[in-house]
Write a protein that binds this ligand. Sequence first.
Ligand SMILES: Cc1cc2nc3c(=O)[nH]c(=O)nc-3n(C[C@H](O)[C@H](O)[C@H](O)COP(=O)(O)OP(=O)(O)OC[C@H]3O[C@@H](n4cnc5c(N)ncnc54)[C@H](O)[C@@H]3O)c2cc1C
Length: 380
Amino acid sequence: MHDDVIYDCAIIGGGVAGLTLALQLARAGRRVVLFEKEIYPFHRVCGEYISMENHDFLCRIGVPLAGMNLPVMTQFTVSSPSGEALHHKLDIGGIGITRYVLDQLLARLATEHGATICEGTKVTDVVFANEQFTLSTAHGATYRARLACGAWGKHANLDSKLHRPFLEDSRKGRQFVAVKYHLTGIDFPAATVEMHNFKDGYCGLSPVPGGLTNCSYISDVRNLRAHGNSVAEMERQVLMQNPLLRPYLEEAQRVANPPIVISQITFRERSTIDSHVLMLGDAAGTIAPLAGNGMSMGMNASALLHPLLLDFLDGRISRAELEQQYTRAWRGLLSLRITAGRLIHQVFGQPWLTTAGIRVLRKLPFMTDIILGLTHGKPY
Ligand SMILES: Cc1cc2nc3c(=O)[nH]c(=O)nc-3n(C[C@H](O)[C@H](O)[C@H](O)COP(=O)(O)OP(=O)(O)OC[C@H]3O[C@@H](n4cnc5c(N)ncnc54)[C@H](O)[C@@H]3O)c2cc1C
């Protein structure tokens, strides 16, 4: 099959970054095609906490948040592996929404505004020549577009295809695995996000609709290997050593069984543009998940990119200017958050450092405000 249309923009990857960009472009009347290798709705590994900084943006692009009766979080608890805890208010706060619901909703809204959403379609190659991109899919189809955006997340086939430089470094660095469940049957405090550290990892819990609690954690892959690659055994021997986390994991029933697991996560610096493909979301820079708000950064990047894409499509700026302006804007807005996230991530999971950090922060609440401020952005 060959699609004869030349799209204004092709987006590879239908997570929050790609979908919010597709929705904005479709609302602006542009011809946009988005490829997602999975079929909506589907579950993903994600804490499903959306910082309030995105509230106005989401409403502006047509997400009916007000009518969705979502849990709102205003309190935060963090604990060290030994169970030393800090409780604090969340000034900006956030809402809980499952990716199962959110991603499907965004895809539906984008379709209603005229975007072409190709689900179950994996892009296998993207080539730039003669001022246009040609995308090939696993179904053997090709598509052409004036612009191509990479929103394929933390790790995808196209990273190797485009020989992205971060891959070289990441083979040498630390690798992580992440796991997610929806829990039921526990008495989880409403309006609270909890983050419990364990050796070389941390686990976040927060409410999502339907009376469920999202439980997602990230762990150094060595924890898994040390326990025969068994998630259940790693949870028993490592996570449950934290006395505040143990009761939740012991008492809860897991709604999705087996858990959703992803591996080969790294936090190396990435480029915002490779082979003229404009990257956004985790493809542009993966923030340590529980030390920041990856979804916010993905949506924020789509909001940055959208007007620049319109400027290019309408001939107001050249491709070189588009690439320069996007790189500058992205760095200005998001690279500090990624760096802060990486630093916080270094501390989390180190038993004595986390305990010492929590003791200090208990005496200096303003420092906690500063750290939480670094992991949340401003409304846009
Ligand atoms: C344990 C954990 C907890 C987290 N908790 C939170 C949280 O509470 N709040 C928060 O804001 N962030 C959280 N994050 C981070 C957040 O999940 C990510 O930052 C966010 O999902 C990134 O969105 P994205 O659109 O860039 O990528 P993704 O959501 O990963 O979407 C990328 C999509 O691209 C598709 N794809 C990949 N390759 C191809 C291809 N070749 N062709 C077609 N499709 C392709 C994939 O199937 C996928 O659907 C967490 C992350 C982890 C690991």
